[in-house]
Design a protein around this ligand. Structure first.
Ligand code: ADP
Ligand code: ZN
Length: 201
């Protein structure tokens, strides 16, 4: 493995963390630096996230952007790959299917530097989509933290609020009616209503 890594120069790096932890900022920083190094760079982002920028850019909460190709499956990433790309970056990778693991590791085997940014835990605090395998298989993992909006400590969790109240464990992932929002919170301030606790839905 080490020898292969040296021969091809390909690898996978994952930037993981909660919402607002600076994953998109970090992905944009790495992409910009690769462009400065005159690498051929291609950026993708999950369709599901259109915040701030519309569909064709990766945006961070501080307003910086880079152009990106919208995708909603690993197969679409594979179809739209630039065969000459030296660096492939994907934002919001947690929303993609498990097929992204094979796409990412296959690219790295071929010598591509693969940069993946994604939320590592869902609103329940459980591992999110393909993130666990990606984090295990990556050469480099950086776990970023936001600031807990309740207590100011480093935040690793995504607090889901429905009509302003903590969401129930069983709450539907797609909301019909009502308003939902998310906050960055630490482990002790993160709340998920379970079992016989009253559902606020
Ligand atoms: P991510 O991609 O992880 O959601 P972004 O890179 O889009 O994060 O945004 C990070 C920026 O969000 C920070 O630099 C800061 O300006 C802003 N921000 C807003 N709320 C918070 C918070 N609770 N903790 C940390 N940063 C926050
Ligand atoms: Zn807290």
């Amino acid at each position: 493995m080490t020898q292969h890594f040296q021969l091809t120069g390909g690898w996978v790096e994952v930037v993981a963390g909660s919402m607002f932890s600076g994953k998109s900022e970090e992905l944009i920083r790495r992409v910009r630096r690769a462009m400065i190094a005159k690498k051929r760079v291609q950026v993708f982002k999950s369709h599901l996230d259109n915040r701030y920028t519309g569909k064709f850019a990766v945006g961070s909460h501080d307003g910086r952007t880079v152009e990106a190709i919208p995708v909603d499956s690993a197969a679409q990433v594979a179809q739209r790959l630039d065969p000459d790309a030296q660096v492939i970056a994907i934002d919001e990778v947690q929303f993609l299917d498990e097929g992204i693991v094979e796409v990412a590791t296959g690219l790295a085997d071929q010598g591509v530097r693969v940069i993946l940014a994604g939320i590592d835990t869902d609103f329940r605090g459980e591992p999110f989509g393909p993130m666990p395998r990606l984090m295990c298989l990556a050469e480099v993992v950086d776990k970023l933290h936001a600031i807990c909006v309740q207590c100011g400590m480093p935040a690793s969790r995504n607090q889901r609020l429905i009509n302003g109240e903590p969401a129930h464990w069983d709450s539907p992932l797609i909301m019909v009616g009502g308003t939902e929002s998310y906050e960055a919170r630490c482990r002790s301030c993160h709340t998920v209503l379970r079992g016989d606790q009253p559902s606020l839905l």
